[in-house]
Design a protein. Structure first.
Length: 401
């Protein structure tokens, strides 16, 4: 017996066929039991089956729950003043060198109480959920030492326990060098103390770093990746955002789940990512907020066969973006993705970027029934409307939430 049968819906399964990248099933029904999808097909094929509850969807379009695979959701304060500075012509690097940027958020986060961090992060998380997210990655990275980094992951853990959403926690161990810190000592502490502590406490499933001139250099990132491997954690990387440091190739060498940003990616990096199965996560919110001119090489990624994901990069300084559908629209209008690519970027490819594509990201038998229902006429509208209010229905493991 099935627990629920969703009827009278059109479904983007996100399981592509030869002629249909979205795997659309019209006039469909979705059977759910024990929180998982049991069957999907024409509603006429499901007649007469025993079911606990029939849920009419009244012609809505159903997609997998959206997956925001790159956020920095837990932080204190804002950086609204930097927004004004950028409008006056200050660059990302100039703001950082003047003591702003990530360093200013580290200070504000340190000053915030645990309760303040939890509640401000909850508000941001709920905005993403209202926009259709059923899974959200949350990075640390705004701590200045082992204790403060673990604190941020603990806040993410509490959000996962208290909110109807899946949280994928990532230890962003090398994000920014704190003011006055000794560089070698800071890297050594991240490698020898922070990564083992996060792994032992099961607070993270992946480790990340910022490979950039104002962040950390490839040889430092490689030390981090070795430590992650030694402790059974996957790796991800902020790579090629402001310059090409060979971060994508480094990430691929360690079979990274994803390399993110990638505005300055070259062909060698794209080929390495394709061979390793590393997902390209594009972050149009940061491109927009920073007023960047260098577009990520989308066609290069397509030609190389690299899966493309899209995320909000929600953070206080360079992407104060809380609407996942707007991220899809930006990916289309700014980066030239098709609406189909943008939707895949926040479902099936985003799931791969988090290493959870065996559980979520498509509407298929055996997958967890994380679903959203949209009141739209065609799926292309998800990449067309600017700031669509969100889905009319959101389900986590088949339960409305």
């Amino acid at each position: 017996m099935w627990d629920r049968l969703l009827t009278d819906c059109n479904v983007c399964t996100m399981v592509p066929t030869r002629n249909d990248p979205l795997g659309i099933v019209r006039s469909a029904a979705i059977a759910i039991a024990d929180g998982r999808i049991v069957r999907i097909g024409k509603r006429t094929d499901m007649a007469g089956m025993k079911v606990g509850e029939v849920v009419p969807m009244h012609g809505a379009w159903v997609t997998p729950g959206l997956i925001d695979c790159h956020t920095h959701l837990v932080f204190g304060g804002t950086r609204a003043a930097e927004h004004a500075l950028r409008r006056m012509g200050a660059s990302y690097e100039e703001i950082a060198e003047a003591g702003g940027g990530i360093a200013s958020t580290i200070r504000a986060t340190r000053q915030a109480s645990d309760a303040e961090l939890l509640e401000s992060s909850r508000r941001r998380l709920r905005a993403l959920m209202a926009g259709g997210c059923t899974t959200v990655e949350i990075k640390s990275g705004y701590g200045s030492d082992v204790r403060s980094e673990l604190r941020l992951l603990q806040v993410a853990q509490r959000l996962a326990e208290q909110e109807p959403v899946r949280i994928s926690p990532t230890l962003l161990a090398l994000h920014a060098l704190p003011e006055g810190a000794d560089r070698k000592r800071f890297v050594r502490q991240a490698v020898e103390e922070l990564v083992p502590a996060a792994a032992d406490a099961q607070l993270a499933t992946a480790v990340d770093g910022f490979c950039e001139g104002i962040g950390f250099l490839p040889h430092e990132i490689e030390q981090l990746f070795v430590a992650a491997e030694d402790h059974g954690l996957r790796v991800k990387l902020h790579a090629e955002q402001l310059s090409n440091r060979g971060g994508a190739r480094l990430a691929a060498r360690y079979n990274a789940l994803s390399a993110d940003h990638l505005e300055h990616l070259d062909a060698e990096g794209a080929e390495a990512m394709a061979e390793a199965g590393t997902v390209a996560v594009l972050l149009p919110g940061a491109f927009y907020a920073l007023g960047e001119k260098q577009l990520p090489p989308v066609q290069l990624l397509r030609d190389a066969g690299v899966p493309i994901a899209v995320a909000t990069d929600c953070n206080p300084g360079t992407s104060p973006l809380l609407n996942p559908q707007l991220a899809m629209n930006m990916a289309c209008t700014l980066f030239g993705l098709s609406p189909e690519e943008a939707l895949a970027g926040m479902t099936v490819n985003a799931a791969q970027a988090l290493g959870i594509d065996d559980q979520v990201g498509t509407v298929a038998p055996g997958k967890v029934a994380d679903l959203v229902a949209w009141r739209i006429e065609e799926p292309a509208e998800l990449g067309y409307w600017i700031g669509l209010p969100g889905p009319e229905r959101r389900m986590l493991a088949g339960v409305d939430c």
